[in-house]
Design a binder for this molecule. Structure first.
Ligand code: GMT
Length: 380
């Protein structure tokens, strides 16, 4: 098939998932066209059947503000028409599904079908916002298929937008790459001693990631002298710097910019700690599980679907319990390793490309066979 994928290009779960999906689809013989304002970080442009269409953000002097949605729609329409794409698979309803809807309107003859994958914030952050709510509902109603990355997000989406339309749940997947350096080399570079326990946290540090709780847990651990926290940060850590002094954590915390290849750090870590208050899936948690590291996270959103009973799921915000669990990991490395091994088994048995990609292909084939939802609505 010929598939257009529209995603955000930055280090962030949705873009990473969309990129991995596109690469897998191309490896399976599909022609894949990416649309974004920059090359997605993990996209390999040298791979066969991969195409990238960069969209310049509209900054025309007649407009008071820059605009992305219309230039994106125009580019998707141009390529969709010229390449006779079968499907636009857009990651995020706004602005991507809205752009796909406009592009479809611009293509008179057999326009591509629209598959919209929701990753979370359309529903959890923007859905309740009256400035976006109607646009998201419109995009979802006019998609030929909608998928969510967890059952929890599916239910929340149906409730938030009061939808009755079907939504497919296709959980995320991850394919671990080979680390480029040894565990010892990475730990040496980070300044982590042999007897120290390295806890990893990877996120964009947005307020919902609750970095305050992350730091308080480390501060509350009895074993804190032996614990180092590595934060792979997708944005500036500066707002949290004062907390390091307040909590006496300067020596414990190491901050590095989020890498597009996380394998080196995952291999070097001893556990993962995730403190989000909202999380539709938690791709970083899955990445940590693939490297056989025990994960401690709060029981919110789709996290229980990812972690199951292969990690420590705690009531949201329970700092004392989380610190005690971490202490337990440090004091009983064999127990921690067992939990990590269990997490890896779960990741490998439920969240691989071989499981997820055929589910997306089934959705593409299903929508390609049907009349577009707009045509159906017109006929009724
Ligand atoms: O806030 C983030 O974590 C980034 C965001 C994104 O759009 O990249 O992540 C969302 O999509 C990921 C991939 O499906 C999920 O693993 C994350 O749970 C989800 N974030 C939230 O729901 C807050």
């Amino acid at each position: 098939m010929k598939i257009g994928i529209t995603c955000f290009p930055l280090v962030g779960g949705s873009g990473i998932l969309a990129t991995a999906l596109g690469m897998e689809l191309a490896a399976r013989g599909h022609d894949v066209h990416f649309f974004s304002y920059a090359k997605p970080v993990r996209l390999d442009l040298s791979a066969p059947r991969i195409h990238f269409h960069e969209v310049a953000i509209g900054e025309h002097s007649v407009f008071p503000c820059p605009d992305y949605t219309l230039p994106l729609a125009v580019k998707m329409a141009e390529v969709g028409r010229a390449e006779r794409l079968d499907v636009f698979h857009v990651h995020y309803a706004v602005p991507h599904a809205t752009a796909a809807f406009l592009a479809r309107e611009m293509i008179e003859d057999s326009p591509p079908k629209i598959v919209t994958t929701l990753h979370g914030t359309d529903t959890t952050l923007l859905g309740p916002n009256p400035q976006y709510r109607a646009a998201i509902a419109h995009a979802l109603t006019h998609s030929d298929a909608v998928t969510t990355v967890s059952e929890s997000l599916r239910q929340q989406t149906l409730a938030t937008f009061q939808l009755t339309r079907p939504i497919d749940v296709i959980p995320n997947f991850f394919t671990p790459g080979k680390p480029t350096r040894s565990r010892e080399e990475v730990r040496r570079e980070l300044g982590v001693g042999d007897g120290e326990f390295l806890v990893l946290h990877m996120s964009n540090l947005r307020p919902t990631k609750r970095i305050d709780l992350l730091l308080r847990i480390i501060a509350a651990a009895k074993e804190r002298e032996r614990i180092r926290l590595l934060v792979l940060a997708g944005s500036s850590f500066t707002p949290y710097e004062p907390m390091l002094d307040q909590l006496g954590l300067r020596r414990n915390v190491i901050v590095r910019a989020a890498a597009d290849r996380v394998e080196d750090y995952l291999q070097a870590a001893d556990a993962g700690l995730y403190t989000s208050e909202v999380e539709s899936f938690g791709l970083s948690i899955l990445e940590t599980m693939f490297f056989a590291k025990p994960v401690l996270a709060f029981r919110v959103g789709g996290i229980p679907e990812v972690l199951g009973d292969a990690g420590s799921l705690l009531p949201f915000g329970d700092i004392a319990w989380a610190a005690a669990t971490l202490d337990d990991f440090v004091a009983s490395p064999a127990k921690a390793r067992d939990m990590g091994a269990k997490a890896q088994i779960r990741a490998r048995s439920s969240f691989t490309a071989d499981i997820a990609v055929p589910q997306y292909e089934t959705v593409y084939r299903r929508v390609a066979r049907t009349q577009s939802c707009v045509a159906l609505a017109g006929a009724s």
